[in-house]
Unconditional design. Structure first.
Length: 666
């Protein structure tokens, strides 16, 4: 799918979480990136509140935050929780790139029990496999869920530009900050939020897996509220001020440590199950390091606890490391663990990120497109009205000048032909045709006729054929023992079997312009197909079409009739491979035994071009000195050989000696 346009500099960056809303602005400097603005506003996240009450709290908090930030930008980038998004990585087979979208849509439709018109989806090609396939990450979310999240944004009179996914945004920023390293280790990002905990796993410097867990900081708060019989707000304050992860000593942990430990143990079990599932996947592996972020990372003793439970290295992410912080963004330093998501969203305005996902619902995109079209239509109509207001006076002045020119031209015409000038006084009257126009059309017709004749001659010239390959094939098929001589070779066009009689009639009615060309080089337009007529008319032809000769007429002499008969049989179906990997073959041989006539050997010293009549004339001239019955004689012959060129070798074709490599005797 289409990726985001680069250069999105000005966007409203919002991270609307379950317990807080964060806003930031990120700018690029010569030394790197600078956090120019950062504001965080928290609100009551008590799960016991109904949906309308939580929505009202979020709305008021967002309005207060926007008023304090003094941001006028309308288009926003925000993220949806990972638990609402279907995410999968798949390896696709080697297919053309334009088919990847079709396969992704099919895969998502197989996994989600909703129609494609009810979901917003996107995908990203992570890498190409060695076999030429694609490693693809697919994401999808129900449009109702996104639109419900967007209600708060629309109520603040803002529009949406990008809908990202919270754990993927955090991964993008921590990947940019170098938290995963470049050693290719299998590293897991654990984002402990208020309502969910998201896991993102990278292996060999490439995103591999993500999974949301339905355990978060609010579960710890509810456990403390139940243990100490207090409301949610007091339990939340107790967790932040005195809460800690169990140390393993029951007396030291006390009642609070036991309550927190029960929730953390459930979370650790889900994390270990996710790691085990990832190991079983193709391309999976053993996680050897954990990077912790989110509000849950602020819990005391959480790092030793997770290291003890998971048995691997655990460290808290440092999302602000190496980032310049301006004075209006100093609030980010109070809880840096919670800034990964909003910084990842802001990074999309500055550069290309590893995972560029956009889950804007299709209905929202269509509404934005129509609104933009309405704006441009209004702009176009306004511009058109302004143009018309400017053009009309100018056109009126131009029309006045044109009328003056017409009157002046009518005056000049009346000097040459008063009758014509009188008839054109009324614009609706028909202007009489001038004699000069008729003479011009006649001359134009004659010129076009000459052009057609020249085109025909050009076609004849361009259609010349040198017959080198055909003559080589004929020479290779001559008897290797000799005894055969050719007196003349001429070219001829042989039409298809069904058109021979029509072609013969056309040759009898050859064109008057170029006598002698019609029988062998061209045919009348009456013999052309409808498509050929149209092509001939389009090219300016004069009803004649040059046909490429496809046959040779061979006249010659042989020592015996058997040599002639053997030569004809050898010719039939013979073929030869050309340097361009095509084949030239003998399509048909026209031979009549009546063309074989006896002639004296002396005819070879002055052989006529046409042996069919030349041999008989020579015999009659030398009748007193040569007796055909007793004296030694040779045999004249005449035959027509039709050729064709094909890409494949004709079936049952005879290959002449030498066509495969050896050279025949000439």
């Amino acid at each position: 799918m289409a990726r985001l346009m680069r250069g999105r500099k000005k966007r409203l960056i919002l991270d609307i979480g379950a317990s807080a809303i964060r806003l930031c602005e990120l700018s690029q400097t010569k030394a790197g990136y600078q956090l120019t603005k950062y504001i965080q506003k928290e609100y009551n996240s008590d799960p016991s509140l109904d949906e309308e009450a939580r929505k009202d709290l979020r709305q008021k908090t967002l309005d207060t935050l926007l008023k304090e930030a003094k941001v006028r930008t309308r288009k926003a980038i925000f993220a949806v929780p990972g638990q609402s998004v279907f995410s999968r990585s798949r390896t696709l087979p080697p297919v053309p790139e334009y088919k990847v979208n079709q396969i992704v849509r099919y895969e998502i439709q197989q996994q989600i029990p909703f129609g494609l018109d009810q979901i917003a989806m996107d995908y990203q090609v992570l890498e190409r496999t060695p076999s030429g396939g694609y490693e693809v990450m697919m994401t999808a979310i129900k449009t109702d869920v996104v639109e419900k999240q967007l209600e708060v944004l629309f109520a603040a009179k803002r529009t949406v530009d990008v809908v990202d996914v919270s754990p993927l945004a955090a991964y993008n920023w921590l990947k940019h900050a170098g938290e995963f390293g470049d050693q290719g280790d299998c590293v897991a990002l654990v984002d402990m939020g208020a309502s969910t905990t998201d896991i993102v796993i990278e292996r060999e410097n490439q995103f591999r897996f993500t999974r949301p867990l339905t355990v978060g900081g609010n579960d710890i708060t509810k456990a403390l509220a139940a243990s100490f019989a207090m409301n949610f707000s007091d339990a939340e304050r107790l967790k932040r001020e005195r809460g800690f992860a169990p140390t393993g000593d029951p007396q030291r942990d006390g009642k609070g440590g036991e309550a927190i430990g029960g929730v953390l143990q459930r979370m650790v079990s889900e994390i270990m199950r996710s790691f085990a599932y990832f190991r079983s996947l193709p391309g999976g592996g053993q996680v050897n390091r954990v990077v912790l972020c989110g509000g849950g990372a602020c819990l005391r003793n959480i790092i030793p606890y997770l290291q003890r439970q998971l048995g691997i290295e655990v460290r808290i992410a440092q999302p602000l490391a190496g980032l310049a912080i301006a004075p209006p963004a100093q609030q980010a330093g109070e809880a840096p663990e919670q800034s990964s998501v909003v910084l990842g969203l802001a990074l999309r305005c500055c550069t290309t990120v590893p995972l560029e996902i956009n889950l804007v619902p299709p209905r929202v995109l269509e509404a934005a497109r129509r609104k933009e079209q309405a704006f441009y239509w209004a702009l176009s109509l306004t511009a058109l009205a302004m143009i018309m207001a400017t053009v009309i006076p100018v056109k009126a002045e131009e029309n006045k000048v044109v009328r003056q020119n017409i009157d002046q031209l009518r005056k000049y015409i009346s000097l040459y032909d008063p009758k014509v000038a009188q008839s054109v006084r009324d614009v609706r009257s028909r202007v009489p045709e001038s004699q000069y126009a008729l003479e011009y059309e006649s001359a134009k017709f004659a010129i076009n006729s000459y052009k057609n004749d020249v085109k025909l001659l050009d076609q004849v010239r361009e259609g010349r054929q040198f017959w080198i390959d055909e003559l080589l094939l004929i020479n290779e098929l001559r008897p290797t023992t000799g005894g055969m001589w050719f007196s003349s070779v001429e070219t001829r066009f042989l039409p298809e079997q069904q058109n021979r009689q029509a072609h013969h009639n056309a040759g009898a009615q050859q064109a008057q312009n170029f006598p002698g060309l019609a029988p062998t080089g061209m045919v009348r337009s009456s013999l052309l197909t409808e498509g050929s007529k149209k092509a001939d008319h389009k090219n300016g032809g004069g009803g004649m079409q040059v046909m490429r000769p496809n046959a040779l007429v061979l006249n010659g002499y042989a020592e015996s009739y058997q040599i002639v008969k053997s030569f004809v049989e050898t010719l039939s179906g013979a073929s030869r491979m050309l340097p361009n990997r095509q084949y030239i073959s003998v399509k048909r041989v026209d031979f009549s035994e009546a063309s074989v006539q006896k002639a004296p050997w002396s005819v070879l010293y002055n052989a006529p071009a046409n042996t069919a009549t030349g041999g008989q004339q020579q015999s009659s001239q030398d009748a007193g000195a040569w007796n055909p019955e007793t004296d030694q004689s040779i045999y004249s012959f005449a035959l027509v050989v039709e050729f064709e060129q094909t890409k494949e070798k004709p079936k049952a074709a005879n290959s002449p000696q030498g066509a495969g490599g050896s050279t025949p005797q000439s």
